[in-house]
Design a binder for this molecule. Structure first.
Ligand SMILES: [Zn+2]
Length: 134
């Protein structure tokens, strides 16, 4: 059990709240509904100053006999869902292709090796050596 979980277990809630969610799939038009249960606690700041803070904590099962409030959340539209047979995005354009994608400079083309033309070293001839000894 985490410290946060232990902290929430010590807080006595004032009521339970059921949040009712609805999602409408734009691809297959399926409507998905589910509920989540929360414990609502009104916390007083530790210094006794300021206004109370409402804390909603998701729970698996209620512990006490308290009032239950139901809140219907606004419906959300989703592009596709797990019920879609074959969701596609064929009505959208393909992603743009940048001229080149650099990832840490790895995809940058290697620089051509610079070839320095060396003048062929001419082996000194005997005549050249004789010239040096003069
Ligand atoms: Zn769907």
């Amino acid at each position: 059990m985490t410290m946060v979980q232990e902290l929430h277990d010590e807080i006595i809630p004032s009521s339970y709240v059921i949040l009712a969610f609805t999602q409408r799939c734009q691809c297959c038009t399926a409507v998905h509904r589910w509920s989540e249960t929360y414990a609502l606690a009104n916390l007083r700041p530790s210094m006794g100053l300021g206004k109370r803070i409402s804390n909603l904590h998701r729970i698996d099962r209620p512990k006490y006999d308290l009032p239950i409030e139901k809140r219907v959340m606004p419906e959300k539209l989703i592009p596709f869902c797990h019920s879609c047979y074959f969701p596609t995005l064929h009505d959208l354009p393909p992603p743009p292709v940048p001229p080149r994608q650099l990832l840490g400079g790895l995809t940058e083309p290697p620089k051509p090796l610079t070839t320095v033309k060396r003048e062929a070293t001419k082996r000194p001839t005997v005549a050249d050596l004789m010239e040096l000894l003069k």
